[in-house]
Design a protein around this ligand. Structure first.
Ligand code: ADP
Ligand code: MG
Length: 320
C-alpha cells in the first residue's frame, strides 16, 4: 500500500476574541494523517478538538498556519476540501420530525447528487450501518445509537475519502457505543474511508484508533499507537487492600523494597505503587507479606491506561 497523506497541518492556530479577551484555543499544531488510517484526537473538554476539526473542515478560518486536506489547501481551495470530505458534527444534523429518506436525499442534493443516486447510495450506507428498515421513519423515532449512525450516513453520502467525526459516541449507552465503533471500523475496512475523530473518552480512542494524538490546552502533547503511548508510562500499577491501617503501613514498607518500585502511596487500608513488571513482582510481594504475617484481602495488577498516559504527560487526569 502506498502511503498517501490525507491531512498535513503545519502550525495551525486559532485565537478567539470574546468580550475583549483573547482565548488561544489552538496554539500552532502540526499533524499528519495518512490515507486509510483511523486517527483519534483525544483530549479533555475545552482542549481545542472541535476548533481544530472545524478548521480542517473549512468551517472556521485559522488565525495562523495552514493545512492540506485531501489534496487541497484549506486557505486557497476550501471548495476542493469540502467536496472530498465528510463532516459529522458533535450535535448531529438531522431534525426529529423529518423522514430519514427525505433527510438523506436533501442532504445529497447539496452535493449535486440526483434523487435516484442519492436513494441507492443512502440505502446502501444504511444497510452498511445496520439501519436497513429506517428509510420511511422519522429521525426522532430512532434510538440514540441509530440516530448517530444516521448522522454518519449523511456524512458519507457523497463518498468522501476522509470523514471527520466530532465526539461520535457522546451520550450513547455502552452497548451502542461499542456497536458504533464496530461500524466505524468496518467503514474504513470496506470503503477505505480515512477517519479523523475527536473524543474525550480514552476507551473510545483506545479501541477505535490506529493512532492517537493527545491534545491538551491547544497543543498536541503526544502521539502514537495506543500501545506505544502506554509504553511511555513506566510499569504496572499494583493495588493492595489490607485489613487495617497498621497492616497497610507495614505492607507499604515491604512493597517499597521491591525491585524497581516507586514510592508507595498509602491511603487508609489501601497501598498503591508501580513496578516495572507486575506479573513478576506480584508473587514476590505476596510471599514477603505472608512471611511478615500480613493478610492482603485484595490485590490488583493493572496495565497502564491512556488515562495514566495523560496523567504522566500533564499531571492531571482525563476523567476530571
Ligand atoms: N466561538 C468561541 N468563542 C470563544 N471561545 C471559544 C469559542 N469556541 C470555543 N472556544 C473556547 O476555545 C477552547 C477550545 O474549545 P473547543 O475547541 O470547543 O474544545 P473541545 O472540542 O476540545 O472541547 C475552549 O476554551 C472554549 O471555551
Ligand atoms: Mg468539542
Amino acid at each position: 500500500m502506498t502511503m498517501v497523506t490525507m491531512i498535513e497541518a503545519k502550525g495551525l492556530k486559532r485565537t478567539y476574541t470574546a468580550r475583549g479577551k483573547q482565548i488561544e484555543a489552538v496554539r500552532g499544531i502540526d499533524l499528519t494523517v495518512r490515507a486509510g488510517e483511523i486517527v483519534g484526537f483525544l483530549g479533555p473538554n475545552g482542549a481545542g478538538k472541535t476548533t481544530t476539526l472545524k478548521m480542517l473542515c473549512t468551517l472556521l478560518a485559522p488565525t495562523g498556519g495552514s493545512a492540506i486536506v485531501a489534496g487541497s489547501d484549506l486557505r486557497t481551495d476550501a471548495v476542493g476540501v469540502r467536496r472530498k470530505i465528510g463532516y459529522v458534527s458533535q450535535a448531529g444534523s438531522t431534525s426529529p420530525e423529518a423522514v430519514v429518506g427525505d433527510e438523506i436525499i436533501s442532504h445529497a442534493q447539496l452535493y449535486g447528487i440526483d434523487r435516484a443516486t442519492a436513494k441507492a447510495r443512502g440505502q446502501e450506507l444504511l444497510a452498511a450501518l445496520d439501519l436497513s428498515d429506517v428509510w420511511a421513519r422519522t429521525c426522532g423515532s430512532l434510538s440514540g445509537g441509530q440516530r448517530r449512525r444516521l448522522d454518519i450516513v449523511m456524512g458519507l453520502i457523497h463518498k468522501p475519502e476522509l470523514v471527520f467525526l466530532d465526539e461520535p459516541s457522546t451520550g450513547l449507552d455502552p452497548q451502542s457505543r461499542a456497536n458504533l465503533w464496530k461500524h466505524i471500523r468496518s467503514l474504513r475496512d470496506t470503503l477505505g474511508t480515512t477517519v479523523f475523530l475527536t473524543t474525550h473518552y480514552m476507551d473510545e480512542a483506545d479501541s477505535l484508533s490506529d493512532r492517537i494524538l493527545i491534545i491538551d490546552n491547544g497543543t498536541i502533547v503526544a502521539e502514537g499507537t495506543p500501545a506505544d503511548l502506554k509504553k511511555r508510562v513506566s510499569g504496572d500499577a499494583i493495588t493492595l487492600t489490607l485489613r487495617n491501617e497498621a497492616d497497610a503501613a507495614r505492607a507499604g514498607g515491604i512493597a517499597a523494597a521491591l525491585e524497581g518500585a516507586d514510592e508507595p502511596a498509602i491511603d487508609a487500608h489501601v497501598v498503591r505503587l508501580h513496578v516495572p513488571d507486575g506479573a513478576r513482582a506480584l508473587p514476590v510481594l505476596l510471599a514477603e507479606l505472608t512471611r511478615a504475617g500480613i493478610d492482603a484481602i485484595g490485590v490488583d495488577v493493572n496495565r497502564p491506561t491512556l488515562d495514566d498516559v495523560f496523567l504522566t504527560l500533564t499531571g492531571r487526569s482525563l476523567r476530571d
